[in-house]
Design a protein around this ligand. Structure first.
Ligand code: GDP
Ligand code: MN
Length: 439
C-alpha cells in the first residue's frame, strides 16, 4: 500500500531500493555517501572529512539523463500523491482559545502573541497590481488568522498610491523600507573590464538578465544584505513573497511559530537546478573558504544534494562541483539570525570579495541554499508539503482538501522543463524516514 511504498522511498536511500542506487553509480559517482553526523569526529569536521563528502566526479558527463528525469518525476508524483493535512509530530499553534465555559474564541489582532516575524517583499512601484494579487492570497489562505506585519522594500521611494493600496490589503501592520544606495549599488571592488567580459559571455550564451545591472544588484541584496537593513533588525523571521505568485492552500496554524517551536531554520516548497553558467565559480570560491574555515561546516549538512551529478551531470561539471540544486527562494521562510551568524557572514564577505554577483550572475537562491546546505544542520530545513505555491513556470500542488489549484496535485511544470526539478534529490538524499512521514 501507499504508506509502505513511501516508507521504502525514505532517504535513507538505501531503503528506496537498489534500482535507483545502481543507476546512480552507473552514471556518476554519487550513491548515498556515508553520513558524517555519527562519524568519529568532535562535532567539527576536518578538511579530509569535508572533502570526502564534497568530492564530485563527473568524468564522462555529456547531457541530461532523460531516463533519470522521468524516474525522478515519477518519484515526485508518487510522493505528492499522498494526501497531506498538517505536519505531524510537531507543535502547532492556532489562533483560538477556550474560555472557562469551554467556548472557543478567536483572539483579536491585538491579543494574539505573534512570533518576531514579518512577511517580506522586495518590489517596485510598477508591480503594485501584481503584489496585491499575491497579498490577497496570503491573507485569505493564512494571515487573516494571525495578522503578521508586512515589510515592503525597494531601492526607490514608494509612491503614495502604492503605499495606500497595499495598506488596504494587509491585515497586519505595514512597514516600508528604502535601501540605501550604498547597499544597493554595485560595490567599488568590481572591476569594470572583468565585469564586461563576464556579462558578454553570459549574454552570448543566452543567460536571462545578464546585462541588467539592477538584477545583479537584486541578487546580491537578497543574498547578503536584506537582513542587515535598519528596518529588519528588529525581526528574526521572514517569509519572502513575490509579485504575481499564487498560494493555493489554506493553512490554519501559525507557520512562523511552527518554524520556531520545531527548531527549523529554513523552509521551502520547490527545489530546482540553476543555469550553471550563472554560478560557475560559486563552488570553487566556497571550497576555498571552507578550506580556510572548516569549523563552519556542519557535520549534518546537505552535502549530497549540493554535489549530486546524476540527473544533470553537465550542470555539476560546469558549476565546478555544485549540482546547482537550490531551494527556490522567491518563497522562503527563514530565520535571519542564521544569515547574521558568523559562518554565513564571513562566507558572504568571501563571495563579495570574489565578485561573482557581477562577473557571473550568482542568484540569491543558490547562495542561500549553499549556505544553508553547508553551514546548517539539514534537519533544520523544512519542506512545506502543505503550502501550494506557484511562481511561473513552476508549481507545487499538494494533494489536500485545503487546496484549490488549477492542476491536479503533483503537477510541476510543462514537460520540457521537468529536467529542472531536483526536489526528488532532496527527498531521497537528505530527508529522514521520519521527516518523510511528517505529513
Ligand atoms: P525572477 O523571479 O528571477 O524572474 O526575478 P523578478 O523580476 O521576479 O525579481 C525578483 C524580486 O525582486 C521580485 O520581487 C521583484 O519585484 C524584485 N526586484 C527585481 N529587481 C528589482 C529592482 O530593481 N528594484 C526593486 N525594488 N525590486 C526589484
Ligand atoms: Mn520572480
Amino acid at each position: 500500500d501507499r504508506i509502505n511504498k513511501l516508507n521504502r522511498y525514505s532517504s535513507n536511500v538505501n531503503k528506496y531500493g537498489l534500482k535507483f542506487n545502481e543507476k546512480l553509480m552507473g552514471t556518476a559517482k554519487g550513491g548515498q555517501r556515508e553520513g558524517l553526523a555519527d562519524a568519529d569526529h568532535d562535532g567539527k569536521l576536518s578538511i579530509d572529512e569535508i572533502m570526502k563528502v564534497l568530492e564530485y566526479d563527473v568524468a564522462g558527463a555529456n547531457d541530461t539523463n532523460e531516463e533519470i528525469v522521468d524516474e525522478n518525476m515519477d518519484f515526485y508524483k508518487e510522493v505528492y500523491s499522498k494526501k497531506v493535512t498538517e505536519p505531524k509530530f510537531a507543535k502547532l499553534t492556532y489562533n483560538e482559545v477556550y474560555d472557562e465555559s469551554g467556548l472557543k474564541r478567536v483572539l483579536s489582532k491585538d491579543e494574539y502573541p505573534r512570533a518576531n516575524a514579518t512577511l517580506l517583499t522586495l518590489v517596485r512601484n510598477k508591480e503594485l497590481r501584481a503584489i496585491v494579487h499575491t497579498i490577497r492570497q496570503i491573507e485569505s489562505t493564512w494571515n487573516y488568522h494571525f495578522h503578521y506585519p508586512y515589510t515592503f522594500i525597494s531601492d526607490e521611494e514608494f509612491t503614495s498610491e502604492f503605499k495606500d493600496t497595499v495598506r488596504r490589503h494587509c491585515s497586519g501592520e505595514v512597514f516600508f523600507e528604502i535601501i540605501p544606495q550604498e547597499i544597493w549599488r554595485k560595490p567599488s571592488n568590481i572591476d569594470p573590464e572583468q565585469e564586461q567580459r563576464g556579462i558578454q559571455r553570459l549574454k552570448d550564451n543566452g543567460v536571462q538578465y545578464a546585462d541588467m545591472e539592477s538584477y545583479h544588484n537584486m541578487c546580491r541584496f537578497n543574498s547578503g544584505w536584506f537582513y542587515r537593513l535598519e528596518g529588519l533588525k528588529k525581526f528574526k523571521w521572514y517569509w519572502r513573497f513575490e509579485p504575481n505568485t499564487d498560494y493555493y492552500c489554506s493553512i490554519d496554524y501559525d507557520i512562523f511559530k511552527f518554524m520556531e517551536d520545531n527548531d527549523k531554520t529554513y523552509g521551502f516548497t520547490i527545489s530546482l537546478y540553476d543555469d550553471p553558467l550563472t554560478v560557475e565559480t560559486l563552488w570553487p570560491v566556497t571550497m576555498d573558504f571552507v578550506k580556510q574555515n572548516p569549523q563552519y561546516v556542519h557535520p549534518n549538512g546537505a552535502f549530497q544534494w549540493l554535489t549530486d551529478a546524476v540527473q544533470n551531470p553537465t550542470y555539476t561539471k560546469q558549476a565546478n562541483g555544485y549540482s546547482t540544486c537550490h531551494f527556490w527562494s522567491n518563497f522562503e521562510i527563514a530565520n535571519m539570525d542564521f544569515y547574521r551568524g558568523e559562518a554565513y557572514s564571513k562566507w558572504i564577505d568571501a563571495l563579495e570579495a570574489a565578485g561573482g554577483f557581477y562577473y557571473e550572475r550568482w542568484g540569491d537562491a543558490p547562495v542561500h541554499s549553499v549556505g544553508v546546505g553547508l553551514f546548517e544542520d539539514k534537519s533544520k530545513v523544512h519542506w512545506f508539503r502543505d503550502i501550494g505555491y506557484h511562481h511561473s513556470p513552476y508549481k507545487s500542488i499538494p494533494n489536500s482538501d485545503k487546496c484549490t489549484a488549477p492542476e491536479d496535485s503533483g503537477y510541476f511544470a510543462p514537460e520540457d522543463v521537468h529536467r529542472q526539478n531536483c526536489l526528488s534529490n532532496w527527498i531521497k538524499y537528505e530527508m529522514t524516514h521520519k521527516e518523510l512521514q511528517q505529513y
